[in-house]
Design a protein around this ligand. Sequence first.
Ligand code: URA
Length: 202
Amino acid sequence: MPKAEAGGNATKALAALREEAAHCTRCGLYKCATRTVFGEGPADADIMIVGEQPGDQEDLAGKPFVGPAGQMLDKAMAEAGIDRSRAYVTNAVKHFKFEPRGKRRIHARPNAGEISACRWWIDQEKAIIRPSRIVLLGTTAIHSQTGRAQSLTSQRGRDLVLPDGTAARATIHPSFLLRMPDRERVDEEYARFVEDLRAMCR
Ligand code: URA
């Protein structure tokens, strides 16, 4: 069925999936996280953006990419001519993984088992939305969507075809820019990030 005709059904299916994911116990991360942070955006989105996992602020807000990395992503998407409200933004892993340090919760990388357990959700998001292009932000998203742990350098800037046939491109995770100590290199890297995103609109 063409996407436009399937619109109402897709919106309902996505809402049902979100509700189901709220009770996810597929890996152990649900035990410490506040909630499942499901993807956000229209069910007929053409572009899907896949991050790593929710951060501290996303875990509290229940929405993906609302913290500092999200602000960086919003700015870069706007510069690249991608309207975030028209894109579907989600994460490879849907619970916040962290190590407590005093009162702070420090981000911890999801492992292969957690990425694999959560692929079940993202596969269903993709089956409903049927995006024509997917942007993979960083190595966890690459691992989730290609099924293999691979370096960003080996995948960045190439036209990728995912095992399910969807076109994809890989780029840095915006939090990489936030962690870079050298301001001059940040500007360079940021410009490259915007170019990577722009390449998805061509
Ligand atoms: N980093 C991610 O990968 N996803 C978010 O939602 C927030 C930060």
